[in-house]
Design a protein around this ligand. Structure first.
Ligand code: ZN
Length: 247
């Protein structure tokens, strides 16, 4: 839990880029024709891989994602980029596993809805592991079991923290999304296929952070970010849910 302030500037820049990148594109079979066709060049006309429900739950469409990734050039990954993919594969799994455990305990729908979405986030990273023929660190691991010892320890700590109260559980939810955003930003790379996946995961995390924050407010609580800056957090919360489909 070291990195923090040092990527504040880039964090803001990345947030802006991500919003620009995915606000414009879209269209998932609703035959739109709407047309804000702005065009920053990163749009693709095939729809966003991120599918956003009314409550902000953001799933990755594996088919759309695969098609878009297939169209991008293969990169030569550095050791850091490879390690980043391995970490994110398990970090998205951690989100799923923690939310499953917290749903079991608190029966709050936000946890079950978002846990399912987190599974698709982890699978999105798996697409890249397969593409670069990297061994899957999550292979064969049950919920709550991780290859990365830091994530194993974090899982245990978060589930324990979330068992204290509903507000504590919702705070854990916000914390996981906060961590995801910070890690995705710190792992940002020029490889276009990784960028495509990470940008969409980050968008999902922003929406999920909004969803958990909304639940916290409903329960009379607030969230103080532990990984991203307060300014970045405030900017995310001030924004609307980012839809993946035309709107
Ligand atoms: Zn996620």
């Amino acid at each position: 839990m070291t990195r923090r302030a040092n990527h504040r500037v880039r964090a803001t820049a990345m947030a802006v880029i991500a919003m620009i990148g995915f606000a414009a594109c879209s269209s998932n079979g609703n035959g739109d024709g709407s047309g804000n066709g702005s065009g920053n060049g990163s749009g693709n006309g095939n729809g966003s891989p991120a599918q956003v429900d009314a409550d902000g739950t953001t799933q990755m469409d594996g088919g759309v994602l695969q098609t878009q990734i297939d169209a991008l050039p293969l990169a030569t990954l550095t050791a850091d980029q490879e390690a980043g993919l391995l970490r994110m594969r398990e970090e998205e799994k951690l989100a799923h596993d923690v939310y499953v455990a917290l749903y079991d305990q608190w029966q709050v729908k936000t946890f079950s809805n978002i846990s399912k979405a987190e599974l698709t986030h982890s699978e999105a990273v798996k697409v890249l592991l397969d593409r670069y023929e990297l061994d899957d660190p999550a292979a064969g691991n049950a919920d709550g079991v991780f290859t990365n010892p830091d994530l194993q320890a974090l899982y245990t700590a978060l589930v324990e923290q979330g068992s204290e109260s509903l507000v504590a559980a919702l705070t854990v939810g916000a914390t996981v999304e906060d961590l995801d955003i910070a890690d995705l930003q710190s792992l940002a790379t020029t490889a276009p296929d990784i960028t495509l996946v990470y940008d969409n995961l980050e968008k999902g995390s922003r929406n999920h952070l909004r969803a958990f924050t909304k639940q916290l407010v409903k329960n009379g609580a607030t969230y103080t970010p532990a990984y991203i800056s307060q300014a970045d957090y405030d900017a995310i919360i001030a924004g609307e849910m980012e839809k993946g489909i035309a709107g």
